[in-house]
Design a protein around this ligand. Sequence first.
Ligand SMILES: Nc1ccn([C@@H]2O[C@H](COP(=O)(O)O)[C@@H](O)[C@H]2O)c(=O)n1
Ligand SMILES: C[C@@]1(CO)OP(=O)(O)OP(=O)(O)OC[C@H]1O
Length: 160
Amino acid sequence: MKIGIGFDVHAFAADRKLVLGGLTIPYHQGLDGHSDADVVIHAIMDALLGAAGLGDIGTHFPDDDPVYKNADSMKLLKNVHSFISRDALEVSNMDIVIMAQQPKLAPYIAEMKDSIAQALNISNTAVNVKATTTEKLGFVGREEGIAAQVVVLLMTKRED
Ligand SMILES: Nc1ccn([C@@H]2O[C@H](COP(=O)(O)O)[C@@H](O)[C@H]2O)c(=O)n1
Ligand SMILES: C[C@@]1(CO)OP(=O)(O)OP(=O)(O)OC[C@H]1O
């Protein structure tokens, strides 16, 4: 068993789509970034890479590489999944916390779980997604951005 942790923050920006967990969420602003700025998927990738001892997303997908301009983070997640599969590892489960004062994310949580599970080829019961405000405290509370934290457990693939 191998455990990993991932954390990421992106600031809100006007004229951007809000992409979280692979879903485009209706909101009057999105998150700033070189890629699509999907803070949830970025934290998942860092947790997976950490558990596998493979560094971090910036090492694999540099933020000054034009290839990743507006990149679809779900595609990058599928790449990370191939790295861990190559090392004979698979996801046992993951737990995700999204820190957002706004928007209300509860209506999107079930679909987000499905989209993440599908990208990783695992059951949606292995993915837990939670949202919390920070009670109006700090940069999240001031609605300056969104943060995400992920803990993942990897196990060695069973031989069939
Ligand atoms: N962006 C968010 C934040 C929270 N929720 C849901 O509200 C519940 C209560 O949040 P608190 O921060 O007041 O503890 C939380 O458990 C989530 O179910 C949400 O949907 N979207
Ligand atoms: C995936 C990448 C690619 O540029 O996305 P960014 O939008 O730059 O986001 P950040 O979380 O700052 O760094 C990760 C990068 O590797």
